[in-house]
Every structure is written in C-alpha cells, then in structure tokens.
Design a protein around this ligand. Structure first.
Ligand SMILES: NC(=O)c1ccc[n+]([C@@H]2O[C@H](COP(=O)([O-])OP(=O)(O)OC[C@H]3O[C@@H](n4cnc5c(N)ncnc54)[C@H](O)[C@@H]3O)[C@@H](O)[C@H]2O)c1
Length: 193
C-alpha cells in the first residue's frame, strides 16, 4: 500500500479509537487498525496486536508495508489493569510500535499520541522519565521499570502518560527535519474505562 490516505491507528476497537476510525473512514482514509480486540467497524485492514507484548508488535511490524500519512496511538489501559501491564501497553508498546513504523510515516505526516491530563505533571518526574526514555527498547524499558518502578512517587498510569508526553516531545524534535507534526492529545476523564 502506498498512498497519502493510509492511516495507522491503535485502539480502534473501542471508545476514542473507534470514533476516530469511523470519522477517518467516512472522510476517505484507509484505516489500518491495530487492537487486541477485533474492531467491528469497516476498516481497511485489521491486525491483532497486543501492545503489551513485544513479540506481538514485531509480528505486526513484519506485516506492514507502504507508507502512512498518519500514525495515531490511541490504545491504552487504565491503572486498574496492573502497574506492569499499564507501563507495557501505554508506554513501552506505544514506543516500540512507533519506532518500528517511524520511517513509514511520510515526510510531512502526523503522529498523534493520546495521553491524559494525568500526564501534565511530567516535569516533576523528568529525571526518572528521561532515564526510562533513554533505554533503547521494550525489554530494557521493562527492566528499568522493574528496577525503579516502586521508588517513583506516583502511580503507573500517571507515570505512563507523563512518559508519553515527554516521548512525544522527543519525537517532535526528530520529526522537525522531515516536516512531521508530532503532538499529544491530553484527554480528560470522560467516563468509566
Ligand atoms: N476515557 C477517558 O476518560 C480517558 C481519559 C484520559 C485518557 N484516556 C486515554 O484515551 C485512550 C483511549 O481511551 P478510551 O477511553 O477510548 O478506552 P477504551 O478502553 O474504550 O479503548 C482502548 C482500546 O485500546 C485497546 N487495547 C487495550 N489494551 C490493548 C493492548 N494490550 N494492545 C492493543 N490494544 C489494546 C482496547 O481493546 C480498546 O479498543 C487511552 O490511551 C486512554 O488512556 C482516556
């Protein structure tokens, strides 16, 4: 696939991601949906992907081809799913997938990472966050979390969203030379998750 209407979207089966998929499809975009659950919507393609599992992400990365005008990282889990799962899905999986498709996002294309107002206080923990984001990949990031997670003065969900806010800023810097727009969308709580 190679045209300027292809969009990669995680979390397309439910909630925000499902609504985004419906709107993009209605506007003529070809939505390539990734989710652990199969979406009910009429997407151009669906790949089952567990963002908490590096092997599952790598499997999907091996199946993707072509280029994409946008990458939209919407999938996420609440902290009630457990601290390690939350870090795996909301941060490490998002980062691993994004790094894997970064060169497939067209010059001038867009990357959107859905975070939360819970990430607003990232400055307070920026030393921890920089340390974690300096890890080269999923496994190293997970090892970092297992070593340092308990000493961090906030919950895993908040920390995961703070980390994505900072990661998004780093990506935005890398995207400048390619004319990419990279930003986070900090959603406010809108109901039970
Ligand atoms: N709903 C809110 O009030 C709220 C507030 C702040 C931030 N957010 C963020 O917005 C995003 C979307 O939230 P939502 O309310 O639409 O949630 P949702 O639960 O309705 O949808 C999340 C989607 O992510 C998918 N998902 C979950 N675990 C996955 C995994 N391991 N691998 C792949 N996909 C997985 C789910 O199957 C689902 O389709 C999330 O990142 C969430 O953290 C939501």
């Amino acid at each position: 696939m190679a045209n300027d209407r292809n969009v990669l979207l995680t979390g397309a089966a439910s909630g925000v991601g499902k609504a985004v998929a419906e709107r993009l499809t209605a506007q003529g975009y070809a939505v390539v949906a990734l989710d652990i659950e199969e979406p009910s919507g009429a997407n151009a393609a669906y790949h089952r992907c567990d963002l908490g599992d590096k092997a599952s992400i790598d499997d999907v990365l091996g199946k993707l081809d072509g280029t994409y005008v946008s990458l939209m990282n919407v999938a996420g889990v609440p902290g009630t799913r457990g601290a390690e799962t939350t870090i795996r899905v909301n941060l490490l999986g998002l980062r691993h997938f994004t790094e894997g498709v970064w060169q497939r996002v067209t010059d001038g294309g867009t990357v959107v990472n859905v975070t939360s107002i819970a990430g607003n206080n990232w400055r307070k923990r920026r030393e921890y966050l920089n340390d974690l984001l300096a890890t080269p990949g999923f496994d190293e990031g997970l090892q970092w979390w297992r070593t340092h997670g308990e000493s961090i003065d906030t919950d895993a969900y908040t920390f995961s969203k703070e980390a994505v806010v900072l990661y998004t800023m780093q990506l935005a810097g890398r995207g400048l030379a390619r004319g990419n727009q990279v930003f986070d969308r900090r959603i406010e709580f809108s109901g039970p998750t």
